[in-house]
Ligand binder design. Structure first.
Ligand SMILES: NC(=O)c1ccc[n+]([C@@H]2O[C@H](COP(=O)([O-])OP(=O)(O)OC[C@H]3O[C@@H](n4cnc5c(N)ncnc54)[C@H](OP(=O)(O)O)[C@@H]3O)[C@@H](O)[C@H]2O)c1
Length: 284
């Protein structure tokens, strides 16, 4: 039986990788993207706000909606409340109108009700919109997802071209990279297996790695790593300069690690090590 999913944010890093993976694995995909944005799998529908009624008949009764719209940096015109919370609310409403019973949402590792970071607060509020919607859901709280075109690798690649990679602060803060194809397999399970129903799960890879160690592996030790004072990195970010945003830096030093064992027990998957991803994708 063919499964059908609707994907928001389908032209972003997660959307295009998961969309392509699902498409190759027999899923019918309908992507909701903004005007002028392309996807090279499945069907595409243009939507600016996800609240247009014309969308409803085109996506009715899909098995699940994968909500991948999100932003990790805010501006005067596009703040977290509007995008991360407001569009999640529109998505819930769209699912109800189109009789789509399940939402899969990528939240962030470190998100909880005690969060004080603006990005995390917006992700928590989006989670709450989904949890209290009455719909079924799987919420995946992600560490960095890596593949051949992920935002972190692209950022590091740009720095490699300039001849040095900047490490804000000590670089000893840790994270748990997870391969985007493993994420796609988890999403397929979340759509098809009952045990993922109404679950909030850490989306974390099998290894806890420091930023220093990851960057070293990424650059194969061939590019100079330049430590800069965290205060300087933060000031640059506040002035929209440098390689990281204010909230990127906060998440980095937050040293967020999660429960990989719970994910491995639930999925019964064998996960890809980050060194393998970097090598196989020509990233290291
Ligand atoms: N990448 C990671 O490692 C990571 C880690 C933790 C959580 N996440 C979460 O995972 C989700 C997907 O991340 P990603 O890496 O794929 O991000 P991405 O590459 O930046 O893609 C973001 C997507 O959201 C869309 N979008 C942004 N603002 C929008 C708006 N105002 N209206 C409509 N669409 C809008 C973008 O569409 P346009 O192209 O039209 O702008 C794009 O399709 C996000 O919620 C992110 O917070 C990602």
């Amino acid at each position: 039986m063919h499964r059908s999913v609707v994907i928001t944010g389908a032209n972003g890093f997660v959307g295009r990788n998961v969309g392509m993976f699902l498409s190759k694995n027999g899923f019918q995909t309908t992507s909701l993207v903004r005007k002028g944005k392309a996807v090279n799998f499945g069907k595409k529908i243009t939507s600016e706000t996800l609240s247009e009624n014309s969308l409803v008949p085109k996506i009715r009764n899909a098995d699940a909606l994968l909500h991948f719209i999100g932003q990790g940096k805010q501006t005067v015109d596009s703040d977290y409340e509007k995008v991360n919370v407001g569009i999640a609310r529109n998505t819930v409403s769209l699912c109800k109108k189109a009789k789509i019973k399940k939402i899969i949402y990528i939240s962030g590792l470190g998100v909880d009700k005690f969060a004080t970071l603006g990005y995390f607060i917006s992700k928590y509020k989006a989670e709450q919109e989904i949890i209290h919607s009455g719909l079924d859901y799987t919420i995946l709280r992600a560490s960095y997802m890596i593949g051949n075109d992920d935002p972190l690798s692209e950022n590091l690649q740009r720095q490699v071209k300039k001849g040095e990679i900047v490490i804000p602060g000590s670089g000893n803060y840790r994270f748990q990279p997870i391969f985007i194809d493993d994420v796609s397999r988890i999403i397929i399970k979340s759509v098809t297996e009952k045990k993922f129903s109404k679950k909030i799960i850490d989306l974390v890879g099998p290894q806890i790695v420091s930023y220093n160690a990851f960057v070293k592996e990424f650059s194969r030790g061939k590019v100079r790593m330049k430590k800069i004072d965290f205060e300087r990195a933060y000031r640059d970010a506040l002035h929209d300069k440098g390689s990281f945003g204010v909230d990127d830096l906060s998440i980095m030093v937050g040293d967020y690690v999660g429960n990989h064992k719970k994910l491995a027990d639930l999925t019964r998957m064998k996960f890809t090590r980050y060194e393998t991803v970097l090598k196989s994708r020509g990233l290291s």
